[in-house]
Design a protein around this ligand. Structure first.
Ligand SMILES: *Cc1c(COP(=O)(O)O)cnc(C)c1O
Length: 357
C-alpha cells in the first residue's frame, strides 16, 4: 500500500520511518554527527542529516510537497522573505504574526523591502496592492483576529501579478488546509505549535510544491538555510517528529473542545464578542473592563496556562496586546485562547469562573 493512498490520520503515524529491514529501529535515528564519512548522500550536518530527512519526509507528504526544517518558525519566515529581491514589495495582512510584521518593518526601514498592509478578506484591496509586488504573504486564519481568506483566489491573483505566495499554515495545519493545492508557492509552519504539540520545542519549516518551479524555490530556500546557518537541532527535530505522530488525535480533540467552548462563550455575560472561524482550536474573545479586565481573567485561570504560545496539549490564554509589537488594531481587551485536549467540562468550569471573577 503506497503512502499516497493512506488517510492523513495514518500518514502522520506511518511516514518518516526507517526502511523495513530486519533489526532496524521503528523510529527515525536521532543522529548527533556534525560530519559524515565521505561520498555518501550527506557530508556535513549543516546541509542535512537523517533526523531532518525523516521529519521532512513526513511533513512534506502531509502538505503534498517537499519540506525543509528550520531552527524556528521565524528562521523559516526569514528564509521565505529572502526570496524577495532588494527593495521588492511584500503584501501582508494587517494581522499577520507579529514577528513576521516586525521583520518586514525592519527591512522596510533600511529600504530592503516595501511593505503593503491589507485586509486579506478584501480581494479588491489585495489586487490593487499586488501591482508590481514581489510577494504575497498569507496567514489564514490570522493571528489573533482569526480572519479567514480565500487562499485559492488570492494566490491566483498573485500569480497573475508575478508575485510569489507564501502561506503561514501554522493555525490551520495540513489536516485542515493544504495551501499548495490552492496554488500557494511556499507553505510555512511554526512547528513549535500544533505540529510538535507539546510546548517543548522551537522549530520551523517551509514546504514547496513537487514541480519544476517548486524545486527552484526549494533550492533557493535550502541555500538560504545552509548559508544563513539557522539550522534545526537533531534533538528538536526528533521531538517534533514524535509530536507529529499524534497530530491527528490531538487536533481532533482540541477542535471538538474549541467548538463546544466557542458555542458557550458566545452570549456569556463575561464576554463581549467571541470569534471562532469554525475550524481549528483557537478562539479570540473580548471581555469587559478593557486591558485590565482581560489581564484579570487570564490571571484568574488555573487549568488554563497564562502563557504566550499556542497549539500545545495544554490550554493557554493570553491578552495579545500585552506585547508592544502587536498591531494597534487588535483590541486591548482581546484574549487569545488556545484550546488543548483536557476534559472540556474542566476547561469550561475554570474559564467560566475566571470570566465571572
Ligand atoms: C509562533 C508563530 C510564528 C513564529 O514561530 P517560532 O517558532 O516562534 O519562531 C510564526 N507564525 C505564526 C502564525 C505563529 O503562531
Amino acid at each position: 500500500m503506497s503512502h499516497e493512498q493512506l488517510s492523513p490520520a495514518s500518514r502522520v503515524v506511518a511516514l518518516g520511518r526507517q526502511p523495513r529491514v530486519p533489526g532496524a529501529g521503528v523510529n527515525a535515528p536521532l543522529e548527533f554527527s556534525s560530519t559524515y564519512i565521505a561520498d555518501g548522500p550527506v557530508n556535513y550536518a549543516r546541509v542535512g542529516n537523517p533526523t531532518w530527512t525523516a521529519f521532512e519526509e513526513a511533513l512534506g507528504a502531509l502538505e503534498g510537497g517537499d519540506a525543509l526544517v528550520f531552527a524556528s518558525g521565524m528562521a523559516a519566515v526569514s528564509a521565505a522573505i529572502s526570496l524577495v529581491p532588494h527593495g521588492g514589495a511584500v503584501v501582508v495582512p494587517h494581522h499577520a504574526y507579529n514577528g513576521t510584521t516586525a521583520l518586514l518593518d525592519q527591512l522596510a526601514g533600511t529600504g530592503a523591502a516595501q511593505v503593503r498592509r491589507v485586509d486579506p478578506t478584501d480581494q479588491a484591496a489585495v489586487r490593487t496592492a499586488l501591482d508590481g509586488a514581489a510577494m504575497l504573504w498569507l496567514e489564514s486564519p490570522t493571528n489573533p483576529m482569526l480572519e479567514v481568506s480565500d487562499v485559492r483566489a488570492l494566490s491566483a491573483m498573485a500569480r497573475e501579478a508575478g508575485a510569489i505566495t507564501v502561506c503561514d499554515n501554522t493555525f490551520a495545519t495540513p489536516l485542515v488546509q493544504r495551501p499548495l493545492e490552492d496554488g500557494v508557492d511556499v507553505v510555512l509552519h511554526s512547528v513549535t505549535k500544533y505540529l510538535s504539540g507539546h510546548s517543548d520545542v522551537i522549530l520551523g519549516a517551509l514546504v514547496t510544491a513537487a514541480t519544476e518551479a517548486g524545486d527552484g524555490l526549494r533550492a533557493r530556500l535550502s541555500t538560504a538555510r545552509t548559508l544563513g546557518g539557522a539550522i534545526a537541532g537533531p534533538m528538536e527535530t526528533w521531538l517534533a517528529l514524535r509530536g507529529l505522530r499524534t497530530l491527528h488525535v490531538r487536533l481532533e480533540r482540541a477542535t471538538a473542545n474549541a467548538r463546544e467552548l466557542a458555542g458557550r462563550l458566545d452570549g456569556h455575560p463575561g464576554v463581549e464578542t467571541a470569534r471562532y472561524p469554525g475550524f481549528g482550536a483557537i478562539i479570540a474573545i473580548e471581555v469587559p473592563g478593557g486591558a485590565d479586565g482581560a489581564e484579570r481573567v487570564a490571571a484568574a485561570t488555573d487549568l488554563w496556562m497564562h502563557a504566550t504560545s499556542l497549539g500545545g496539549v495544554e490550554s493557554q490564554i493570553e491578552r495579545r496586546r500585552r506585547h508592544p509589537a502587536e498591531p494597534q488594531t487588535v483590541p486591548e481587551n482581546l484574549l487569545r485562547l488556545s484550546v488543548g485536549i483536557e476534559d472540556v467540562e474542566d476547561l469550561w468550569h475554570d474559564l467560566d469562573r475566571a470570566l465571572r471573577a
